[in-house]
Design a protein around this ligand. Structure first.
Ligand SMILES: *[C@@H]1O[C@H](CO)[C@@H](O)[C@H](O)[C@H]1NC(C)=O
Ligand SMILES: *[C@@H]1O[C@H](CO)[C@@H](O)[C@H](O)[C@H]1NC(C)=O
Ligand SMILES: *[C@@H]1O[C@H](CO)[C@@H](O)[C@H](O)[C@H]1NC(C)=O
Length: 370
């Protein structure tokens, strides 16, 4: 009886794990040193399709690429260094934005193993999907406009004439249009496949991917350059460019704060309708991030929920935001640690070539959650 029960348990766990959608596992590329060009150049004759040494095969085996992603990789391996850069950008942006909060996006660094906070279709997962999709779009759009890819070039000039005829379209705009198409193929296709298999949370992921790209498109702004004799602005050319990624991260943080809880069924319906527009009005639209399950408060350690707890985290005694000791330590209090730094300081030049410094000790206080 007992043995049977145990076997049943193991079976359940396997089924459950198999049910998760995996399209953000590629974020594990943030830790990789894969040489994408290696198999092309150093094994002529073997080609990139030939199995073991292909970087795409390694990516599939070790860096969480799913089948469709490995296929796309083989088809256009020259794009992959930019995908890798996007993984770094997504992770850095997320960690910076959440640095001082209870949930600080540390789980993104564990990919391709995803802890439960990134598989239960939580609000935090919504942010990670949106920022990943946005970062991939960002990196690709920039790669196009900087001439790094042969598949794409500068963005097409906007259809609308410049306002008031004060400038002309020129320069080289970030090619968001091409980048969005690429991100759809690399990320959304996986999720669509999962949706067909009715995987847990696939519809919410798909929706949040779209929100990330929408924010990107909406953040395009006009940048200009003047031409003319000695600084006069006789001729002005302008193009559409993306802002810094930190700004995108902050915009998505607002959407994280205002995210709405939906049911699996309703968001699946809506995602399906987006593919066939003109149908009934959508409840959520692509302005909001969505989640399916409520998050814990991340105060205490609970591995089943992907909560690491805030014991030992550094807090700020004088602020009142999420990083304050009151909020970060969840009312448990904090202890003060005096940190002494020993540094070289007051350095001076002697004669021509000697530098002499003093040794300075500086004390500062840091506060740690109990
Ligand atoms: C592959 O690319 C790296 C830089 O991305 C370069 O340093 C290296 O020489 C290239 N290797 C080959 C075999 O082309
Ligand atoms: C993020 O949170 C985890 C878990 O509480 C902690 O171990 C880690 O040091 C934190 N990272 C930063 C940069 O504060
Ligand atoms: C703590 O918060 C205050 C007020 O927001 C800020 O001025 C200060 O720089 C913060 N201190 C640290 C160590 O971040």
């Amino acid at each position: 009886m007992m043995a049977n029960l145990q076997r049943f348990g193991v079976l359940l766990v396997i089924l459950f794990l198999g049910d998760f959608v995996e399209s953000i596992k590629w974020l594990s590329l943030q830790h990789s040193h894969l040489q994408w060009n290696l198999s092309l150049a150093s094994h002529p004759g073997r080609g990139i399709r030939s199995g073991t040494s292909s970087p795409c095969t390694i990516a599939r085996r070790r860096y969480g690429f799913v089948k469709q992603q490995a296929k796309l990789c083989r088809h256009s391996v020259e794009v992959m260094p930019h995908v890798q850069a996007a993984a770094v950008l997504a992770a850095d942006t997320c960690r910076t934005v959440f640095r001082q909060r209870r949930w600080n996006c540390s789980s993104i660094g564990m990919a391709p193993v995803l802890p439960p906070d990134l598989t239960r279709a939580t609000r935090e997962q919504a942010y990670v999907y949106a920022i990943s999709s946005a970062a991939l779009t960002y990196t690709m759009a920039r790669a196009c406009s900087s001439g790094g890819l042969h598949q794409c070039t500068c963005a097409a000039k906007p259809a609308a004439a410049p306002a008031g005829g004060q400038f002309q379209w020129g320069g080289c705009g970030d090619n968001v249009q091409w980048a969005v198409q690429f991100a759809r193929r690399f990320i959304d296709n996986v999720e669509k496949h999962a949706l067909e298999k009715r995987s847990n949370g696939a519809a919410a992921n798909l929706h949040n991917n779209r929100v990330g790209r929408k924010v990107m498109v909406e953040s395009l702004r006009t940048q200009c350059k003047c031409h003319g004799v000695s600084g006069s602005c006789n001729i002005k050319t302008c193009w559409r460019a993306l802002p810094a990624m930190a700004e995108i991260g902050a915009r998505l943080l607002e959407k994280y704060t205002n995210a709405v809880e939906v049911s699996e069924g309703s968001i699946a319906e809506e995602v399906a309708e987006e593919r066939a527009p003109k149908k009934a009005k959508r409840a959520v639209g692509t302005q909001l991030l969505v989640y399916l399950s409520k998050s814990p408060d991340y105060c205490t350690k609970d591995e089943a929920l992907g909560s690491f707890g805030t014991v030992g985290r550094h807090c700020n005694v004088s602020s009142s935001g999420p990083e304050s000791c009151r909020q970060l330590c969840c009312g448990r209090g904090y202890r003060t640690v005096v940190e002494e730094k020993i540094e070289r300081c007051q350095c001076k030049f002697y004669d021509c070539c000697y530098v002499k410094c003093k040794i300075c000790r500086t004390k500062s206080q840091i506060y740690e959650c109990l």
